[in-house]
Every structure is written in structure tokens, then in C-alpha cells.
Design a protein around this ligand. Sequence first.
Ligand SMILES: [Zn+2]
Length: 60
Amino acid sequence: MTDERRSPSGGWREVYSEMAVSTDHEPDSLLCPTCGDDCPRLRTATYWCRTHGAWRVAAC
Ligand SMILES: [Zn+2]
């Protein structure tokens, strides 16, 4: 009846798009500034350390 069924969850697409864009600005992972462990990127400037949790890169 409507086209709403074609896009059941548009929210994740916005998040995915944001992440895709952020890859152009930040690397996929960085070393934790505290323990030096490899931290995958969560968001534009936010990384995840399994020991220290989420941490952010200081903006220039
Ligand atoms: Zn750490």
C-alpha cells in the first residue's frame, strides 16, 4: 500500500553512511594512548580499547 515497507530501518543506514565518511578522515584503528593496545574505530574520532573502553582522539 505504501513504500514504507521498502525501508524498514533507515536508521542504521544513516549510521553506516556516517562511518563510511569517517574512514576518509580517521584510520580504522589506533593504538590506545594509555596501554598501546590496538583499538578499532567506533565513530569519527572515537576508538574502543577492550581494557579502557571508548576513548576519543583529541581534536586538532
Ligand atoms: Zn587501553
